[in-house]
Design a protein around this ligand. Structure first.
Ligand SMILES: [Zn+2]
Length: 233
């Protein structure tokens, strides 16, 4: 199986997001190449053996700006995984084998393509910042040429998996916002319950009043009837 791993160049990462990306690449390649135990028929019965999963080959683009491509290549080397590296021959978009042709080659050559992008630009990023990824039409990750390649792969019917690397600060901020929202809803529910109880008390009071009124009317009627009885005497 040919596994494509592509994503941002190094300048889109901080030390923190780089560590997360590297761990993720290691996990993708390790999980794909990990040997599995299998049973084989040896004539006189079955024998349990350990055999590698389908042959794994890493496909990546060796970006001259480093980042995901280069980290994936280094990790594959360390894990003794074969590589099929699509290094651009010209460092520009339109050329004989520039970025465009190289990206198309990656899309064609990969059976599955992993796109690793970050949620937000690093604070010290000096390049051009886009409000959203215009390849994906999404604002949950930073724009990447890897998404362009992924679209080519999708058009070819390949499986594509996007991985969005988030900072701990961003994850914690979301957790805090979720907790605040939960507390707000709980207070709202408590408030509703109090209102419901008040409404119930009011209804009970009204019923009580109605009952008292009926009792009094009955008493009054009894007095009148009594008076009538006396008058008849
Ligand atoms: Zn994208």
């Amino acid at each position: 199986m040919k596994i494509g791993i592509i994503g941002h160049a190094e300048d889109k990462f901080t030390e923190e997001t780089k560590q997360k990306a590297v761990s993720l690449i290691r996990k993708i390649l390790y999980d794909a190449a990990r040997p599995v135990s299998a049973k084989v028929d040896v004539g006189v019965g079955q024998l349990e053996i350990t055999k590698p999963t389908k042959e794994v080959i890493l496909v990546s683009g060796r970006s001259p700006l480093g980042g995901i491509d280069v980290w994936a290549e280094e990790i594959a080397l360390a894990l003794d995984i074969e590589t099929d590296i699509k290094a651009p021959k010209q460092n520009r978009w339109n050329a004989e084998y520039g970025y465009r042709q190289r990206n198309i080659d990656i899309a064609i050559s990969s059976d599955i393509l992993h796109v690793i992008v970050v949620e937000e630009y690093p604070p010290n990023y000096n390049g051009r910042r886009f409000p959203m990824c215009y390849h994906c039409n999404k604002s949950d990750h930073v724009k990447s040429g890897a998404c362009w390649t992924a679209k080519q792969a999708l058009a070819l019917g390949k499986q594509v998996v996007w991985h969005i690397i988030r900072t701990n600060a961003s994850i914690e901020a979301e957790q805090r916002a979720n907790e605040e929202e939960f507390q707000r809803r709980q207070l709202e529910a408590e408030d509703d319950e109090r209102k419901r109880q008040k409404e119930q008390e009011r209804e009970e009071e009204e019923e009580e009043e109605q009952r008292r009124y009926e009792e009094e009317s009955h008493l009054f009627l009894t007095i009148i009837l009594d008076m009538k009885v006396h008058t008849n005497d």
